[in-house]
Design a binder for this molecule. Structure first.
Ligand SMILES: [Fe+2]
Ligand SMILES: [Fe+2]
Length: 500
């Protein structure tokens, strides 16, 4: 890409969205207290068993007093831990939904840990030769850490691993080897679930985690308790790792359905044209469908150029204009030589129809449960940019103060992620290059450069993590693919002898 040096300005950190710091603090405290109360019920039920020394000291009153004390302790732990991370770690979100999801997973893990340890101890065939403490190496934290990484992000999965290790180690009587194993195995599981576009990759992530878990379990068992249970510890560690893929695959669809997340596996399922929305787009608005497919290809190339998520970019691009369904004739890509309906409309009315496709797209994404990642990109794909064609038409009205420039801006929000920014750039570049009469590579490159600069200087990329280096790389990738598409057809001579 050439000439994009004019768009030089440092990228800015995205502003904290939502409530004020004080509001966020109180919300976090309320959420922590609510979650801690649930944990307290568990401790109320198992308090005597988990804390026998305290039970002896407090006698019959322990369950109540202990539950209250533990509510406060867990609430403090959660609010301090996630409060600090939410303020200081860029990608850790404090949305109530994420918090409830993480607490639900931690709770499920606690139940799973209790069930594994209690049930296995009841099996007579195992009970003879296997020390009870070794069952702790079967606590399925690696699977849960994988789920958090795939559905939210890596930063949150590390935080979850630490918090869930501390909480679920209580199910193993809080022993040091169990705590250290949980910390290590959860981190190993999360680390191996980087990009998981299909079930096979998820299973392979579990297979790769197994040796780490086996070695960690055997080493911890030997160092803390000697050689007696080392073999069983290694076996249980390996089984834990191997089962982490299947367990994660079982948990993910439930989490996606209950909390509205969209994993890459779900995104791949959504990319098939068998989905009712894409089928409708193909049949009712073929121009928009073709535009979306090309934007998907461009966005995928842009994402690959900077290490962003190519699956998310491609699939979100396929759906980014679903809000145009039902009003195809108002959008240029569907007019195909027919009369422009906007010629008979006022600029204000035209603008209202065009702007509404973003809001309508978000509504349809919710109705068809496309997941938060696609919905956010639909909402952000035009940011707060201007509708230049209708703005020019409305200049006289603006000069007469019968309209304002603000009326011709999309409502936003601006792109918050690199993937949303890439879709915005690909969308605008495709629309501009489509209107070219003679799209030679040089003209395509200049057009894309102009679009990238315009979007940047308009401040549309101020709230995402795209750096200047990324912006250049994305622009170059989009330009190369568009030049290949626009200039790819060879004009064969009329004799027909030149074809292949
Ligand atoms: Fe759009
Ligand atoms: Fe579009």
């Amino acid at each position: 890409m050439s000439g994009s040096k004019s768009a030089i300005r440092s990228s800015s950190r995205p502003p904290e969205n939502g409530a004020s710091p004080r509001g966020r603090y109180w919300r976090l405290l309320a959420l922590s207290l609510g979650s801690a109360a649930v944990f307290a019920v568990l401790f109320y039920l198992w308090g005597r068993e988990l804390f026998p020394r305290a039970a002896g000291r407090w006698g019959r009153t322990f369950p109540f007093v202990g539950a209250v004390a533990l509510t406060l302790a867990v609430a403090l732990f959660l609010s301090e831990w996630f409060g600090f991370a939410g303020r200081e770690v860029r990608k850790v979100r404090l949305a109530a939904r994420d918090f409830f999801f993480l607490c639900s997973l931690a709770l499920l893990l606690f139940f799973a840990a209790k069930a594994v340890i209690d049930l296995l101890a009841e099996i007579p065939a195992l009970g003879g030769g296997v020390p009870t403490r070794v069952y702790a190496y079967l606590i399925p934290l690696p699977a849960f850490a994988m789920v958090v990484r795939v559905l939210i992000n890596s930063e949150t999965s590390i935080l979850f691993t630490v918090a869930a290790s501390v909480l679920s180690a209580a199910a193993a009587s809080g022993s040091w080897p169990a705590l250290l194993f949980l910390l290590l195995s959860g981190t190993a599981g999360a680390a191996r679930a980087r990009r998981v576009p299909d079930r096979y990759r998820m299973l392979m992530a579990g297979v790769q985690t197994a040796p780490v878990c086996a070695i960690a379990a055997a080493a911890l068992e030997f160092s803390f308790h000697g050689g007696g249970g080392v073999l069983w510890a290694g076996i249980f560690g390996a089984v834990n790792g191997l089962l982490s893929g299947p367990i994660a695959l079982a948990v993910m669809p439930v989490a996606e359905s209950a909390f509205g997340y969209a994993s890459d596996i779900r995104l791949m399922e959504l990319s098939g044209t068998g989905h009712p929305l894409l089928s409708r787009l193909m049949m009712e608005t073929p121009g928009t469908f073709h535009h979306s497919v090309v934007v998907g290809t461009l966005a995928e190339a842009g994402a690959l150029a900077i290490g962003a998520n190519p699956v998310l970019c491609r699939v979100a691009a396929l759906y980014h204009d679903i809000g145009k369904l039902g009003k195809a004739q108002y959008f240029s890509e569907n007019q195909a030589g027919a009369a422009n309906v906007h010629d008979a409309m006022s600029p204000g009315l035209s603008c209202t129809v065009i702007l509404s496709h973003v809001k309508e797209g978000v509504r349809m994404a919710g109705e068809f449960r496309l997941g938060d990642r696609i919905t956010e990109i639909i909402a952000q794909h035009h940011g707060t940019s201007l509708l230049y064609c209708f703005l020019d038409k409305a200049r006289p009205m603006i000069q007469d103060r019968k309209a304002s420039e603000q009326m011709f801006r999309y409502p936003g929000p601006k792109p918050k992620t690199r993937e949303a920014a890439i879709v915005m750039l690909a969308d605008a570049a495709e629309a501009s290059v489509r209107s070219l009469d003679h799209p030679t590579p040089r003209v395509v490159d200049e057009t894309v450069t102009g679009i990238v600069n315009r979007i940047y200087l308009d401040g549309q990329l101020n709230e995402c993590d795209l750096t200047l280096r990324d912006l250049h790389a994305v622009g170059r990738a989009i330009s190369q693919v568009l030049a290949a598409i626009a200039h790819g057809r060879v004009d064969y001579p009329e004799t027909g002898k030149g074809g292949v």
